[in-house]
Design a protein around this ligand. Sequence first.
Ligand code: HEC
Ligand code: HEC
Ligand code: HEC
Ligand code: HEC
Ligand code: HEC
Ligand code: HEC
Length: 242
Amino acid sequence: MKGNKNVLLALSLTLAVGFAGTTYLVADETKDQKGAAAQPAASTPNLLDYLGDTKVISVEPVRQMFSHRSHVVQHKLACSDCHTGIFERKWGAARDKGDYTHADAFDQGQYCGVCHNGEAAFATVGEDNCMRCHDSNMIAPDTIYFQKPVRTVVFEHKDHVDMGMKCADCHMQLFDTRMGAAEEQPEKFIMQALYDGKYCGACHNGEAAFASDTRCTTCHIGVRGDERRLAKAADKNKQKAQ
Ligand code: HEC
Ligand code: HEC
Ligand code: HEC
Ligand code: HEC
Ligand code: HEC
Ligand code: HEC
């Protein structure tokens, strides 16, 4: 895969100077063009066929939100508008730097925020804009009840945020911004992982917050606790209906 990417990178350079007849094009076209004299720069579409669907941003839950195709074709930006002053030509490079977040970067005019500042393009702040990149309104939940692998663990999302934690303290490294994502891998979302400092265990280690091998019932309300809260909620709904 890595070699492949380097080849494609080299390809984008060769294509940029209009050199065709390269053996690196998509398989069947390669055969067609081999040995042929240099062809006109009908090569850009090939490049965009590759780059247009690049999964620049993790697909889930922050959906595949960045499209090379729309930025280059529709919005008429040049490669150099982003490379390499803002972004490296390497998938995941920005995220690897550790400051690829709203608080540290986007909302301060870095990375996507260089243009997405409300002037050159719609801003990374403002409730109406979340949907345009995330395909979600990004409304933070109040309470989450995890049911897998065991029923039931309570997580007061709102309390944690109100205690002063930043969104990026948990998203994207520890948790996706999509309800149910951790539970899709119940074999991984286990106490041993917490003890190893993953998920809740990044903080619940006896230092930043009470340790995960203590106070079991603070997190685990269990089947009984879950039934009690469901009954309460049902009661409330009945009262509302009456
Ligand atoms: C609006 C900004 C923008 C423009 C314009 C742009 N890119 Fe990118 N490009 C990105 C981002 C963002 C990434 C991902 C970087 C990251 O994840 O750190 C990227 C990644 C890449 C990669 C790496 C892909 C991979 O799979 O690793 C290549 C190659 C690339 N761009 C080439 C180009 C070329 C060629 C052009 C002009 C046709 C172009 N880009 C125009 C923003 C842009
Ligand atoms: C111009 C695009 C854009 C807009 C608009 C945008 N975001 Fe983001 N957001 C991103 C990118 C890029 C990431 C980093 C994704 C990654 O790490 O793969 C991100 C990450 C996040 C995260 C994870 C951690 C963090 O804080 O960075 C949260 C939470 C988030 N966005 C909430 C929101 C909310 C709420 C809004 C609306 C007020 C919003 N976003 C609007 C691009 C955008
Ligand atoms: C060099 C400037 C520039 C950078 C950097 C940039 N964008 Fe954009 N983007 C634009 C412009 C210009 C538009 C179209 C204007 C508008 O809709 O306000 C746009 C439109 C969009 C759209 C609307 C749908 C579409 O594709 O046309 C999304 C989503 C988006 N950008 C996401 C991102 C994300 C995510 C990043 C960072 C990874 C990013 N952009 C970086 C300039 C930029
Ligand atoms: C202490 C950790 C923590 C902090 C801080 C935090 N979150 Fe979350 N968030 C979670 C967890 C855990 C989930 C559920 C993920 C899962 O089910 O895999 C979640 C889920 C979400 C979801 C998905 C909701 C849905 O309906 O799918 C959104 C949106 C979200 N958070 C936004 C935010 C925003 C915005 C902030 C900052 C204001 C923030 N979060 C801060 C832990 C946190
Ligand atoms: C970014 C750090 C961080 C993460 C991640 C985190 N917590 Fe916490 N949590 C805290 C802090 C700090 C407190 C308050 C201090 C204390 O009680 O030790 C707290 C308190 C709590 C409490 C008791 C108070 C309340 O609000 O109910 C529970 C229960 C809890 N956390 C559950 C969880 C669960 C479950 C997860 C994982 C889904 C989790 N936490 C992830 C930092 C975190
Ligand atoms: C900081 C919160 C927290 C504390 C404290 C905690 N757990 Fe958990 N536990 C979780 C989360 C989150 C999961 C995964 C979600 C689920 O199963 O609903 C989980 C899952 C489990 C599971 C099923 C997965 C596995 O590891 O086999 C068991 C059993 C379990 N916990 C036992 C305990 C016991 C016993 C204690 C006390 C010694 C404890 N937990 C303390 C949060 C906590």
